[in-house]
Design a protein around this ligand. Structure first.
Ligand code: DUC
Ligand code: ZN
Ligand code: ZN
Length: 474
């Protein structure tokens, strides 16, 4: 029997095991795992390398409308190219509804932006901004059936924030349809109140972005989201958690037996509020929400990862160019932090940071790394075991890592559309050298070999995590 490809001589790492084995691939899926697998059209030598499931970044933003005069730095081509160089084989961006829009139309628009342009596989979460009767009663149930099985709701932002009533209505549809709700937990009124006060006091520099969204803003909304989910008895994922107090709200809920899941991101492990103090407008490079906090919060986020409070480690890649009037240096942003485009790039640096700071520094195991970077994302969002696994029958979505390679993160090494990285100068050990999607290399030994359009759209099953506890009174 001859296979298409055999990856030979590497150390295979999964979410549960580490072992020496070769991997045979045929027709884009894994056909055999073991020793002496026989012939193949191509033999890939992985001696001295780690062979892992490709990263799945389940929280990225690409080509999203971001307000008048503002343009996101990545479209689906540049964002997924950057993802591939960062060791990812799949990303899950958002299809974002704006007020008045039909969700079905929004999904069509995002397909038009993505289809034929991706280097790695993609699937969409929905963002619900307008929880109308039509959306709740017709569009959402039909879209869940069609494989759009997760949606994000915001508790803050003009035009996006849902009231508690609207959150309950969306959660109720999620419960009925078996979808997973992702929650951006920050208190909208508190942010508006603080922002108004800061502006009246002339405190408009980028660093006041962090002052306008202190930890209680996030803790309160996290607590409220958990309470709303408990009332409906629907599992939720609290995304981009930044600090101990929010983490402990989630931990307490989990200890009470609620199905509350958590995600954190690199910015909460290696950046702090101090980064927003950069002179002139340099601080805008770190404006994201929730904002980076302090070293104690970093420690809390590590604890959340180590002890399983957070099952996902995502980038929240949301890139805006720095030196650009359509990005961080937009004219209005210079008048107040309120108008600085909110988000930072990170899809290419997520995994090296977790590998180096986590595995390299002994905080997590290699298997934890695979779980947090890939397998848990696949399980959470209805993709497992097609994705996120090195198993016979799974898609051959594979990242090959050099665990010894030392790299100083620098914008000059990045492959996306942004013009800066907030992680400039961070030294890491361990780097993804090759990325293969469904058996075909996209990046090989650091070179782009895949074609735009090689990545495809993947409809998802319902999340096995989105099953009610069985306690709701309604
Ligand atoms: N939330 C995100 O998830 N990403 C970017 C900005 C935001 O508020
Ligand atoms: Zn968010
Ligand atoms: Zn996000």
């Amino acid at each position: 029997m001859s296979y298409d490809t055999i990856i030979r001589g590497g150390t295979v790492v999964t979410a549960t095991n580490t072992f020496e084995a070769d991997i045979a691939i045929s027709g884009g899926t894994i056909a055999a795992i073991g020793q002496d697998l026989g012939e193949a059209r191509e033999i890939v030598d992985a001696t001295g390398k780690l062979v892992m499931p490709g990263g799945i970044d389940s929280h990225v933003h690409l080509s999203q409308p971001s307000g008048p005069g503002i343009t996101m730095a990545d479209d689906f081509a540049s964002g997924t190219r950057s993802a591939a160089f960062g060791g990812n084989t799949m990303v899950l961006p958002f299809a974002m509804q704006q007020k008045g829009e039909s969700l079905r139309e929004v999904v069509k628009q995002y397909h038009a932006k993505a289809d034929g342009h991706c280097y790695v596989d993609v699937s969409f979460h929905l963002i619900i901004a307008d929880a109308t009767e039509r959306v709740l009663g017709q569009e959402l149930p039909a879209l869940v059936n069609d494989g759009y099985t997760s949606f994000k709701v915001f508790m803050t932002y003009e035009g996006l924030a849902l009231s508690d009533m609207e959150m309950l209505n969306v959660m109720s549809v999620a419960r009925e349809t078996g979808a997973l709700v992702m929650v951006h937990a920050e208190n909208y009124d508190a942010i508006r109140f603080l922002t108004d006060r800061l502006e009246r006091a002339g405190k408009t520099a980028p660093k006041y972005h962090a002052t306008s969204r202190p930890i209680p803003v996030e803790r309160e909304a996290t607590h409220r989201a958990i309470s709303l989910s408990e009332i409906i008895d629907v599992p939720i994922m609290i995304v981009h958690v930044s600090n101990r107090e929010a983490m402990e709200e989630i931990k307490r809920a989990q200890q009470r037996g609620l199905k509350i899941y958590g995600e954190t991101c690199p910015q909460y492990l290696v950046l702090t509020e101090k980064d927003l103090e950069g002179l002139n407008m340099e601080g805008t490079k770190y404006v994201c929400s929730p904002p980076p906090r302090d070293t104690a919060s970093q420690q809390a986020c590590w604890e959340g990862l180590v002890y399983g409070v957070f099952s996902l480690f995502s980038s929240d890649h949301c890139p805006f160019r720095y030196n650009d009037p359509h990005g961080k240096l937009a004219p209005k942003g210079k008048t107040s932090f309120r108008w600085v485009p909110n988000g930072i790039p990170g899809v290419e640096t997520r995994l090296p940071i977790l590998f180096s700071e986590g595995v390299g520094k002994g905080r997590i195991t290699l298997n934890d790394f695979v779980a947090l970077s890939s397998t848990n994302h696949a399980r959470t969002y209805g993709l497992y075991p097609k994705k996120g696994a090195i198993e016979v029958g799974s898609d051959a979505d594979i990242a090959i890592w050099d665990p010894e390679r030392k790299v100083t993160i620098s914008q000059s090494l990045m492959h996306g559309g942004c013009d800066y990285t907030p992680y400039e100068g961070i030294e890491v050990t361990g780097w993804p050298v090759s990325t293969m999607v469904r058996g075909k290399f996209v990046v090989r030994d650091g070179e782009l070999v895949g074609k735009e359009g090689a990545g495809g759209y993947v409809a998802r099953e319902k999340s096995p995590l989105a099953v009610p506890v069985g306690t709701a009174a309604i």
